[in-house]
Design a protein around this ligand. Sequence first.
Ligand code: HEC
Length: 129
Amino acid sequence: MKLAKPGLLKPWLPVVAILLMAPPVMAGDAAAGKQVYDGKGACAGCHGAGGAGDGAAAVAFNPRPANFATAEFRIDADGNGQAGDDADIANVIKHGAAKYGGNAGMAARGDFSDAELGNLVAYIRSLKQ
Ligand code: HEC
């Protein structure tokens, strides 16, 4: 068997290049996120079943629970100058809004795995109208 000449482009190089260029975001699964949102997350009680910020407990909070249908996010958790990035949303869920100067009603949920956080982010994004 002949060895390939050194220095030739390897067929897998473009694949590696694409993997390296891909942003390090969690590719969330919105359907799985809905399960968490409606289930153990109990997010709907404040944010509403459809995410419009109109859950039964919403009136108790000022500012109100975020409206995912309008997707107006206000917390820039990672301090990059842009509120509502995937990382901001995941951090607010994980660490709570108070840590970032927001309403303590949005309590920290340290019980979610990174996959669950990514799925919640994907579901929240899917609620935008
Ligand atoms: C007890 C009520 C309550 C529950 C339950 C709740 N939230 Fe919230 N959430 C709030 C309030 C209040 C705010 C507004 C915080 C602020 O703007 O200071 C908020 C804000 C947010 C924000 C937006 C932050 C921004 O940048 O504007 C996200 C994302 C969010 N909640 C996700 C969730 C998810 C996901 C769940 C379920 C795991 C959840 N929340 C459960 C009350 C709640």
